[in-house]
Design a protein around this ligand. Structure first.
Ligand code: ZN
Length: 442
C-alpha cells in the first residue's frame, strides 16, 4: 500500500506545482504584445532556459505585419457619485483587449454600444479582443449592465497606449543527440484565463523542465507565443530550421477535468498522430480523436499548405466547448492540480514513445541469427515475462527491416512498446540491430 500512496503523491505533486505557477501568472494582463507578456516570459525564464525575442512593430511577417504594442495601466466606468462600477483593477477582462485610450463623460445610452455582456451567463465577464480594429470597449457582468441607466452620465477612462514597440515571444531550445526536432507550442496572449491558456503555458514549462534532465534523441523546441500573429512571426523568422521539425504539438486547454481530445495533423497519418493515439488508448480513459480542421489554435499556421508541418493538438475539452470558455469563470477553480498533473503525464508519455519509436535494421536478415550462442536468452533472466520477451525478440528481428517502427511492431505483435524497446536495445548492444539512419544523423 505504501508504494501505491507514494505513486499517488508523486503523480499529484507536479500538478500542484503547475497550479501554483498558474496562480502566480493569473493576475497579469497579457495581450498579443506588451509588458504583461514580457513579465510572463520572465517568470517562465525562472524555470527553464528561455530566449526572449522582440520583433519591432511594422515588421512584415508572411502576409501580416507586427502590430503596435499595447499597454494598459488602468480603466474604469465611474457613476455620478464617483464610484467605480466597472473596474480594470478588479479584473483585467473588464477591458476589451487592445482598446485605444479613452477619457470621456457620456450617458448610459451613448456608452451602451461599447459594452459587452453575456446575457445567458449574467454573472460572468466575457473576454473580448480587438487587435486589428481601432476601437475601445468594456466587458461586464450582464447583471451590472442592468443597473446602468441610459439617462445618467458616466465617467469613462481607459488609460492604455498603442505605440511603436515590439512583439515579444519566448523560445526554449533543448538540444538532443540529433538536430531532428519536436516542436511544442502554446499561446501566451490571454489575460486572466486559466484553462485557455495558462494551463498550456504551465504544461510547456514543466515539460521542458523535466526534459532538461533527460537524455533525448530528439531536440525539443518550446514556443510561448501570442496566438496567430506569434506563430506567423516565428514561422517567418524560422524558415531555415523548419525541415528539422519531425513532430509537433500545440498545447492548450489541459487543466480542466474533461476527457482528452486529439486533433490530428493536416497530414492525418503523421508519426505524432499514431504516437498520441497510442498513448491515449494505453491510458485506458475515454478520449476523442478528430481530423484536422483549419480552425482552432496555432496548428492552423503550422499546418498551412506552404509549411504542412506534422503538428497536431492535444487538449482536454477543446476551446469553445466548455461553458467557462472566454469568460471570467475560466479561473483558478476550473483548472485542478489532478487534471494538470495527468495532462503532464500524458505529454511525458507521448515524448517517451516518440523517443523510443524508431526503426531498426537487422544485421543478420538472412535466416534467424543464432541467439543461444550469444547468450541472449540468459541476458533476459528467468523471469515470468521471459516468454513474452522471447516472442518480442523474434518480432523485432523479423520487422527490423528499416520500415517498421516500434509502434508498428506493437500493433502487429500485441506486445507493448516498452517490452519491444527493451528487447531491441539488447539486440542492438549485441550488434544484431542497427538504429535507423535518419535518427542517428546529427
Ligand atoms: Zn482563447
Amino acid at each position: 500500500m505504501a508504494s501505491v500512496d507514494r505513486l499517488e503523491a508523486d503523480k499529484e505533486a507536479p500538478g500542484l506545482g503547475m497550479h501554483a505557477f498558474i496562480a502566480d501568472l493569473y493576475p497579469i494582463c497579457r495581450s498579443i504584445t506588451g509588458d504583461g507578456v514580457r513579465k510572463t516570459l520572465r517568470r517562465i525564464q525562472a524555470h527553464i532556459p528561455l530566449r526572449i525575442h522582440e520583433v519591432p512593430t511594422g515588421t512584415r511577417v508572411l502576409d501580416w505585419t507586427v502590430p503596435k504594442e499595447w499597454n494598459i495601466r488602468d480603466a474604469y466606468i465611474k457613476d455620478e457619485r464617483g464610484e467605480r462600477i466597472v473596474d480594470f483593477q478588479e479584473s483585467n477582462l473588464h477591458v476589451v483587449n487592445y482598446s485605444v485610450p479613452v477619457e470621456k463623460t457620456m450617458t448610459g445610452e451613448e456608452l451602451k454600444s461599447h459594452l459587452h455582456t453575456l446575457p445567458d451567463q449574467p454573472d460572468r465577464i466575457p473576454y473580448r479582443t480587438s487587435y486589428y480594429n481601432r476601437t475601445w470597449g468594456f466587458c461586464l457582468r450582464h447583471r451590472s449592465l442592468e443597473k446602468l441607466s441610459p439617462q445618467k452620465t458616466y465617467e469613462v477612462c481607459i488609460d492604455s497606449s498603442l505605440e511603436e514597440g515590439a512583439l515579444s515571444y519566448g523560445e526554449c531550445y533543448l538540444p538532443g543527440e540529433t538536430d531532428q526536432e519536436v516542436l511544442l507550442s502554446c499561446h501566451s496572449c490571454h489575460p486572466s484565463l486559466c484553462n485557455d491558456n495558462l494551463s498550456g503555458i504551465a504544461l510547456c514549462t514543466f515539460l521542458a523542465d523535466w526534459l532538461q534532465e533527460q537524455n533525448t534523441r530528439y531536440s525539443y523546441r518550446f514556443l510561448f507565443i501570442p496566438g496567430t500573429i506569434g506563430s506567423i512571426t516565428w514561422l517567418a523568422r524560422s524558415e531555415d530550421i523548419l525541415d528539422s521539425i519531425q513532430h509537433g504539438l500545440v498545447v492548450a486547454c489541459v487543466g480542466d477535468d474533461g476527457d482528452f481530445h486529439y486533433k490530428r495533423t493536416r497530414r492525418g497519418d503523421a508519426e505524432i498522430d499514431r504516437v498520441v493515439e497510442h498513448v491515449l488508448a494505453a491510458s485506458e480513459q475515454e478520449f476523442d480523436v478528430r481530423d484536422f480542421t483549419p480552425y482552432g489554435y496555432d496548428e492552423r499556421q503550422y499546418c498551412s499548405p506552404g509549411f504542412n508541418l506534422p503538428v497536431g493538438s492535444l487538449t482536454r475539452t477543446p476551446h469553445g466547448r466548455f461553458p467557462e470558455y472566454h469568460t471570467s469563470a475560466d479561473d483558478l477553480d476550473l483548472v485542478t492540480p489532478e487534471a494538470l498533473g495527468e495532462s503532464l503525464e500524458i505529454y511525458k508519455r507521448a515524448v517517451q514513445v516518440l523517443e523510443k519509436n524508431r526503426t531498426y535494421v537487422s544485421t543478420n536478415p538472412k535466416g534467424e541469427p543464432q541467439l543461444g550462442r550469444r547468450g541472449l536468452y540468459r541476458a533476459m533472466g528467468g523471469h515470468q515475462d521471459t516468454e513474452e520477451k522471447q516472442m518480442a525478440m523474434l518480432w523485432v528481428l523479423n520487422l527490423a527491416d528499416g520500415e517498421h517502427t516500434l509502434l508498428d511492431m506493437a500493433k502487429r505483435s500485441g506486445i507493448s512498446v516498452d517490452t519491444l524497446q527493451t528487447v531491441a536495445e539488447i539486440l542492438y548492444r549485441h550488434d544484431l540491430l542497427e538504429h535507423d539512419r535518419e535518427a542517428t544523423t546529427s
